[in-house]
Design a protein around this ligand. Structure first.
Ligand code: 3NM
Length: 219
């Protein structure tokens, strides 16, 4: 499923990013089910960090999550792993500045959604030139999920990109919870991407529903 820009802006509204290390022992399939019930609009399988599954086990979990997303018409994106995106027939792939060269990913997946992480206007411009469909901009706030995250730039980072002429769909990421979500959306993001605000919540369903309500209020 390759979305038009407006559809992509809508899909980015509440973007859950997750792998098994983010679920504190809970079953990622159950966490994703709850998050879908709560109203997430897009999902990224990011199997990274301490204790991450590899090889066949990672692929098997990805297949389950992919299937769940397909059943609920939630776009399914794979983080970084081009082979996995192909194997799972993902709707898209998200790459960082250090991951597989964006141009190569774009060439390889003409029909898929390509997301690229961008931390400043210069990176946003080069991601745009590489053919990104959307940009992930972060970290908005301090995060404990990504140990090698860059310096916190706050929602002002989004404002600078918009003022710099970036019209592409943008999603803010990094430390976003119910308290910080509105500022990110008002800063110019089409949506919020979260890991722990949903996966570490007592009720991932309620956490997703609360975030969705904030998005709906502003969008
Ligand atoms: N990328 P949480 S921050 C995956 O700044 C990721 O590019 C970031 O996790 C970036 O919502 C981040 O738990 C982690 O803070 C986001």
């Amino acid at each position: 499923m390759k979305l038009h820009t407006d559809q992509l802006r809508e899909a980015l509204q509440l973007y859950l990013v997750m792998g098994s290390p983010n679920c504190a022992g809970a079953d990622p399939v159950e966490v994703l089910k709850a998050a879908i019930d709560g109203g997430i609009t897009m999902f990224q399988y990011r199997e990274k960090g301490a204790g991450a599954l590899t090889g066949a086990a990672s692929l098997a979990l990805g297949a389950q999550l992919r299937e769940l997303c397909a059943r609920h018409a939630i776009p399914f994106i794979v983080n970084d792993d081009v082979g996995m995106a192909e194997a799972l027939e993902a709707d898209g792939i998200h790459v960082g500045q250090e991951d597989t060269a964006a141009e190569e990913v774009r060439r390889r997946f003409p029909g898929k959604i390509v997301g690229i992480s961008a931390h400043n206007l210069a990176e946003a411009q080069s991601a745009l030139a590489a053919g990104a469909d959307y940009l992930g901009v972060g970290p908005m706030y301090a995060t404990r999920t990504k140990l090698d995250a860059r310096e916190v730039q706050g929602p002002e980072g989004l404002v600078r990109m918009r003022e710099g002429g970036i019209r592409l769909p943008l999603v803010g990421i990094g430390g976003i919870d119910a308290a910080g979500a509105a500022a990110v959306l008002r800063g110019g993001a089409d949506g919020i991407a979260v890991v722990s605000a949903i996966t570490q919540a007592r009720s991932p369903r309620e956490a997703a529903a609360e975030l969705r309500e904030i998005v709906n209020m502003i969008k």
